[in-house]
Design a protein around this ligand. Structure first.
Ligand code: BES
Ligand code: MN
Ligand code: ZN
Length: 500
């Protein structure tokens, strides 16, 4: 929990452990030898003059994430002034501001400071700035050091955003951003847990507990119900594990929402992916505890939606299971019948995510969902295609793509559209069943999405492949190494986009 308040005072008058202000470079052009023209992004002349000597000294480059800390700054009431550079003034956006706010949190908490005030840059609308600062601060405040006995438990517990405008509107923005930030960190906590402490049953229990807290309906179905519902694709993955699978269904049906649309958020919840009989190499296999990130994202998104209360119906579905080799595990060559009735030839048991999602998507339609989004750490191939900086978007509908693209811009998350041409279907046609679960080496992220498309059928649908973006391989100034919580903010914006 981070207590968040809005202050309309002039920054100089704010009493705080540390006032944080953004420094932007106003120099034109991109000449390597140019001299930066640095200015504090605030109209308060007292802050500018407190920073004046330092900015004029030539010691500050203005490059993003550079920090300078002054004690007893000029005429300011603050005990300290943290100047944090945001790069070029011309390019500076709320995307950058989120990260700068995260970096401020990480800089200050590592020094043992627990509260600070952040001056909203005057260059963008105040509400947009408040959202970015609060969301970014939450992202920066998360550290996955729960199991370390030397953890410092350093957290920022109070943030004041200094801005000008309508206080009620700014407080609403801060409050909504806190809900989103907390939900994103809730997701990151789930993803961070190792598979021995995050089995399908435990994931379902965490979802149930969250749903009870925020007033969502939640049902969890076990092996018997999964078999009874003829979820043959989901079960084919679950059958190899001693841990029972869980089908988690969360419903948000607010009073006054129209009958339609009903949005379905379907997440891949593989709590550990060994690959099954097509077993993965040992090197790096420990990371496959995060193969439930898509599911955790949907659970966190449902939490945010329940608290933000948009007037639109949403159903969250998570197909949770381990993917294990065992005497009961499915084998390459097996044929499985999905809930939709389609037959699947299993070529590689490590292509399990698409199997559980096939039944999850079909079930979502049965529950009445008119629009579908799934999120999944689905393929290594999407990492080859897009690296770590963009999640893959696949859509069978341009309106759905536009909606998620607009949501990405509001949420400050990067995703990139990938193709879904009919020709790719040839790669997953089977000679003995309707479809194969892998399409060979080339275009692996696309053939995986084509497989899912066969189960979304005519329903407007988006698939987000977050394999390269759900886990930070290294820490960055604004975020710890580990689970990123990618896609949650975009999903929340996407849902809000259907309101009214
Ligand atoms: N969970 C993996 C995908 C993955 C890879 C996630 C790297 C995060 C990082 C998925 O279940 C998988 O194993 N996919 C296979 C598919 C292949 C067998 C067609 C892959 O990408 O290698
Ligand atoms: Mn796999
Ligand atoms: Zn997987």
């Amino acid at each position: 929990m981070m207590k968040t308040t809005i202050s309309l005072s002039t920054p100089a008058a704010v009493e705080t452990e540390c006032l944080v202000a953004v420094v932007l470079d106003h120099s034109p052009g991109t000449d390597k030898n140019k001299k930066p023209e640095l200015k504090v992004a605030s109209t308060d002349t007292a802050v500018s003059s407190a920073a004046g000597d330092l900015l004029a000294s030539g010691e500050v480059s203005g490059k993003s994430f550079e920090t300078n800390l002054l004690h007893k700054p000029g005429s300011l009431k603050a005990k300290r002034l943290l100047l944090i550079s945001g790069g070029s003034a011309k390019k500076f956006s709320s995307y950058d501001l989120r990260r700068i706010a995260g970096a401020a949190v990480r800089t200050l908490k590592s020094r043992g400071i627990r509260s600070f005030a952040f001056v909203a840059p005057s260059s963008m609308p105040a509400e947009e700035a408040v959202r970015a600062i609060v969301e970014g601060a939450y992202v920066g405040n998360f550290d996955p050091d729960y199991y370390r006995s030397d953890r410092k438990d350093q957290k920022i517990d109070a943030l004041t955003v200094v801005a000008s405008g309508d206080k009620t509107a700014l407080e609403k923005a801060a409050n909504e951003a806190s809900i989103v930030g907390e939900s994103q960190n809730f997701t990151r906590d789930l993803v961070n847990e190792p598979s021995n402490r995050m089995t399908p049953t435990i994931l379902a229990d965490r979802a149930k507990k969250m749903c009870a807290e925020v007033g969502l309906k939640c049902e969890v179905f076990g092996p018997d119900k999964i078999k009874e519902m003829k979820m043959g694709a989901f079960w084919s993955v679950a059958q190899g594990s001693d841990e029972p699978p869980a089908l988690i269904v969360m419903k948000y049906e607010p009073a006054g929402a129209p009958e339609k649309p009903v949005l379905g958020l379907v997440g891949k919840g593989i709590t550990f992916d060994t690959g099954g009989i097509s077993i993965k190499p040992a090197d790096g296999m420990e990371k496959m505890k995060y193969d439930m990130a898509g599911g955790a994202t949907m659970i966190g998104a449902m939490r945010a939606i329940a608290l933000l209360k948009p007037k639109v119906k949403v159903i969250g579905i998570v197909c949770a299971t381990e993917n294990m080799p065992s005497g009961k595990a499915q084998k390459p060559g097996d044929v499985q019948i999905a809930m939709s009735g389609k037959s699947i030839e299993i070529i590689n048991t490590d292509a399990e995510g698409r199997l559980v999602l096939a039944d999850g998507l079909h079930y979502a339609k049965q529950l009445g969902c008119t629009h579908l989004v799934d999120a999944a750490t689905l393929t290594g191939a999407v990492v080859v295609a897009l690296g770590f900086n963009n999640a893959g978007i696949f859509a069978n509908d341009d309106d759905m793509y536009n909606r998620i693209h607009n949501a990405n811009a509001k949420a400050g998350e990067k995703m990139w559209r990938m193709p879904l041409d009919d020709e790719y279907m040839e790669q997953i046609r089977s000679s003995i069943a309707d479809i194969m679960n892998t399409g060979g080496r080339w275009g692996g992220a696309i053939t995986a999405a084509m497989f899912l498309k066969e189960f979304a059928e005519e329903t407007p649908w988006i698939h987000l492949d977050i394999a390269g973006t759900a886990w930070m391989e290294d820490q960055k100034p604004w975020i710890a190494k580990g689970p990123s919580g990618i896609a949650l903010r975009s999903l929340v914006e996407f849902v809000k986009g259907f309101e009214g």
